[in-house]
Design a binder for this molecule. Structure first.
Ligand SMILES: O=C1O[C@H](COP(=O)(O)O)[C@@H](O)[C@H](O)[C@H]1O
Length: 225
């Protein structure tokens, strides 16, 4: 049978899945449960697919999101929808997924309940896999968000975010909570994002490019063209 060669983004996704798997395995050798925090958007799909087939004691793993749009889980824009469809499949279907949305009408109404869920997880997380937008946002810490300052400074784990450039209200883990991980990864693809990262590395204003809040975590950058 002829196999098509995997492209650089698929190879990158497999490498990231293997590293994530190894990190979870290491932590599970020392503790009963481990936590994986992932991002949404389009970039993580091949990573989720590669990770879902890894042999791990998934029933001891909790998965949650760095951020979420305040939409129903059936909505295509839902990060939870993406995780259920591409990560919580096969071996990984045994993991426990903790969503960042409730039945409340707004993230401001739901934030207390989501905070309870997040606080109940096993911190520090084993791995936080961050994404980044072309505007330098990561999680839902957007440069034009009204709540950016709060998201970068609060010690609360979760906050609601309203962002003029975004169609939906959001809920996001705070920078402080995202910092509470043993390992941080930035998963990005394409020349545009490489340029944004280069710009982020050459300055220090977090409000201009919020990804800067994570550049010294230390941060392992997984990039492919
Ligand atoms: O809005 C979001 O965007 C970023 C990046 O998404 P991508 O589609 O460019 O990969 C993502 O990290 C974040 O979780 C998501 O809510």
């Amino acid at each position: 049978m002829t196999h098509l060669a995997a492209g650089p983004r698929e190879q990158l996704a497999v490498q990231l899945a293997e590293a994530t798997c190894e990190a979870l395995r290491q932590d599970l050798a020392q503790q009963e449960r481990a936590l994986l925090v992932v991002s949404g958007g389009s970039t993580p799909v091949p990573f989720f697919q590669a990770l879902s087939s890894q042999a791990l004691p998934w029933e001891r793993i909790d998965v949650t999101l760095a951020d979420e749009r305040w939409v129903s889980e059936t909505d295509e824009a839902s990060n939870a929808h993406l995780v259920r469809r591409h990560l919580l499949q096969g071996e990984a279907a045994a993991a426990s997924f903790v969503s960042l949305t409730t039945d409340d009408g707004t993230p401001e109404q739901g934030v207390e309940e989501v905070t309870r869920r997040i606080e109940a997880l096993t911190w520090p997380a084993s791995v936080v896999v961050l994404g980044m937008g072309g505007d330098g946002h990561t999680a839902s810490l957007f440069p034009d968000s009204r709540e950016l300052e709060l998201g970068l400074t609060t010690d609360a784990p979760v906050l609601a975010a309203r962002t003029p450039s975004q169609p939906q209200a959001r809920i996001t883990l705070s920078a402080d909570r995202l910092h509470q991980a043993r390992r941080h990864v930035l998963h990005i693809t394409g020349d545009d994002k490489r340029s944004v990262l280069a710009r982020a590395l050459s300055g220090d204003d977090l409000r201009e490019l919020p990804i800067r809040a994570f550049l010294s975590c230390p941060l392992a950058v997984y990039w492919a063209p």
